[in-house]
Design a protein. Sequence first.
Length: 347
Amino acid sequence: MLCAGRASTWLISVLCVALAGLLTAQPRTFKIAFYNIRSGIGIQPLGRRAAPFAETVNCDAKSGPINAWGAGIVQAELVKSIKNDPLVIALGLAEAWNCGSPAHVRETLGWKADSSERNGVALVARYGFSGNVEWLELDTTNNKNPRDTMWIVRGAVCLDAPCSGSIDMYAAHWAGTGPRGRETYDRQAQQSIEFMAKSAGPRALLGDLNVFEANAGVCGQQPNNTSLTYLRRAGYVDAWPTIHRESEGYTGMLNRRGCGIPEGYVWKRIDYAWSKNLPPVNIQRFGGVPPGEAAPSDHLGIVVEYAVPAVIFNGDYGENGSTQRSRATEKQLLSVAPLLRVMPLPP
């Protein structure tokens, strides 16, 4: 019995040391990003400033004037801000049509996988996905054009090349129009929360939610101070004010005539990173230009950094969180099992 007790104590000690080393060896943080890519069209400059591309869906010089994608401007921004940062493991997209399709973005980044797109919403993953991506069409019944569908997509994004762990990332595009627009936004918020509830572990929602909060209207538009409260009540954390406090964090809209200070600067925050059980470490914007100059899109993109959770919920998620947690722990134990076979038992 004494020998058995010593062996058990030794085994526990070895496992603890091995697991600690395993967790320490993993990256401490990871980043995910989001960009309304405006189909690669770009946004024209204001006034008489030079326009390096045309306002067109065409990106093939053989077919006529080309847009920002055809001029290589969007790709240059993606490479600089996304591809060249090794911590960025996934990019969510909105308006990812035509030249700015998920496949074209994936090829530009040299990444492993993309989700395809549903009315422009997509995910692109550096190391691929663990399991299948899932979609939910959001309610647009009462919008002026109900056929202009809105979507949210979920992918378990691999943290590294062997996909030893993954994190649930959601990308979304909301829109509410017409006299019942506010009601539509509220419904889309609730649907998004219900969809994300299937995640057993930490999760993040990045998207163009088309909602900005303020005390008064700006540039002829009125704020929406109700729809995002659903996310807060459900325990989601808004990364920008968490990190930057009172800093404005605007992401739209570049080069809108008569809007922005100075004119051409962004003037509302509508692109967000929300997370649950996943505290943000940092968040920054990308895709900016001097106000009034031609830009890769009319939105700024966002890149948010999170600490790697202690336990990663890998693969498809079920209702039983404890079962998933046990499987994750089992996977970690199996990864250190070879160490036990080469270590002698204590005398």
